[in-house]
Design a protein around this ligand. Sequence first.
Ligand code: CDP
Length: 230
Amino acid sequence: MKKITIAIDGHSSCGKSTMAKDLAREIGYIYIDSGAMYRCCTLFCMQRGLVNPDGTIQTAELERLMPEIHVSFRFNAETGRPDAYLNGVCVEREIRTMEVSSHVSPVAAIPFVRAAMTAQQQAMGREGGIVMDGRDIGTAVFPHAELKIFVTASDEIRAQRRYDELVAKGEKPDFNAVLANLRERDHIDSTRAVAPLRQAEDALVLDNSHMTIPEQKQWLIDRYKERIED
Ligand code: CDP
């Protein structure tokens, strides 16, 4: 059977990665979390002191150091999902902190950062058989993907999901700070000049505000089967 390309885009913390990962496992495809790649670039900026006190990024220095950023993924049998590695070091935990979340959107808006990550993502998906989630997968990375999904949910529900996730990892987040961060990221992601977050014209929309994880998983498997039968 021909292996297709599946692009899952949408707002921050709406459960895209859970859906994408579950589908990939079910159908034997590769799963790539493109947001993790931008988070790795952000962690690199933090480690190298490239984040100014006002939150702006030292772009000239970052551009010079870009060739030193190597992001890769390795499957973690314990969690059943790939862990992100920055220059050979597992940074799965570090990249999910609120601190990285608060700097990632400005980093991801930098055109040369996007160009580098997009090229890597396209190389990963060259053979098809991939589920990739992010903001611009159906519009910029794989505009010819056979199946495109655009996921959303209400702000409060998304913030609650992210809050619960952080608590489960041992962080002590402030709910209002989580909500403010996701609104701010949505704003920056949707208004940036290069590859802004928007729904591709041929994407199917899913509002999963009131869906359970098994329900959204089934919804996505059904869409995949429909597309494969076409
Ligand atoms: O987990 P969450 O949905 O909150 O975010 P993420 O998927 O980990 O992405 C983190 C950030 O990376 C986003 O807020 C965007 O600024 C950026 N991103 C992007 O610009 N393009 C992508 N394809 C994926 C993520």
